[in-house]
Design a protein around this ligand. Sequence first.
Ligand code: NDP
Length: 293
Amino acid sequence: MSDKVGFIGMGAIGRPMAAHVARAFETKVWNRTIERAASFAQEHGLRVAADPSELVSWADVIITCLPTSADVTAVAHGAAADWREGQLLVDATSGDPAEARELAAWLAARGVAFVDAPVSGGTTGAEAGNLTVMLGGEPPHVGRAETVVRPYSGKIRHVGPVGAGHALKAINNALLAVNIQAAGEGLAALVKLGVKGAVALEVINASSGYSNVSQNLIPERVLTRAWPRTFRLALLDKDVGVALKVLEDTGVPHDAISVAKQALGKARAVLGEEADHVELIKEIEKAAGVVIE
Ligand code: NDP
């Protein structure tokens, strides 16, 4: 019989991921703001758990998709009496490797396995069911985790021991942040010189400076002035903070990533917790006195 899956976290990316899981497995969901879980469950014909304890008592495999590792640890500890031997926690949060290792040890003492399983591909990838998933854990647990994440995944890779998935995800997002900042600054200068944003991007995207930011994010969100809110800048700021810790712990220089962290921190203080990550470019435009169009 296949695992019963409990999904915790009905946020921007958790909702579409849970919808895919629910089509493949018997699924129950829980969310802190319970109305959000209830409306999602009604739409997809699912059951809602009243609290994490009920969900953990019911499920064989629990997937978490929360802002930070600290949130995941708090939820897991809140259901301390309900975990049982043989269960698996698959953490899809973009989390912190060291905190994940601590939680894995806490769960192991209860006979529960842990696999970190952060994702990339954004809400569009989650809706399409083709996210990239990076798994950190021990082989038998990773195999079981692969089965439950497959419904929302395009690429699944076992990248190392517990925490390795989180570390890789944090570095990926640090690269995203560096690209947003560098592309925003470069384009602002070019527009001030009279080059149209679309023309600059057409050339960059046929040259060596292209990235997902130049190919997709800026054309779709900045040039259009649409600024959709799909991935909070506050979460990217958190990810780059995790990346910096990874670099510090490994004794690697981190000049470029430190600069991106500073820019994100400043933008977060001005734009608030709900702003989208690409809105960092609004701050660059403001400082430069130009609109990238
Ligand atoms: P959102 O901010 O949209 O949603 C966060 C979810 O976590 C909400 O359901 C919220 O509940 C819940 N939550 C927040 N704090 C707590 C807490 N202390 N205890 C219990 N539940 C809590 O985030 P996303 O869905 O965008 O992101 C989730 C994770 O996925 C993050 O780690 C993010 O970095 C990562 N990610 C996001 C991507 C994206 O494109 N959005 C892409 C790739 C990774 P409530 O409804 O009550 O607020």
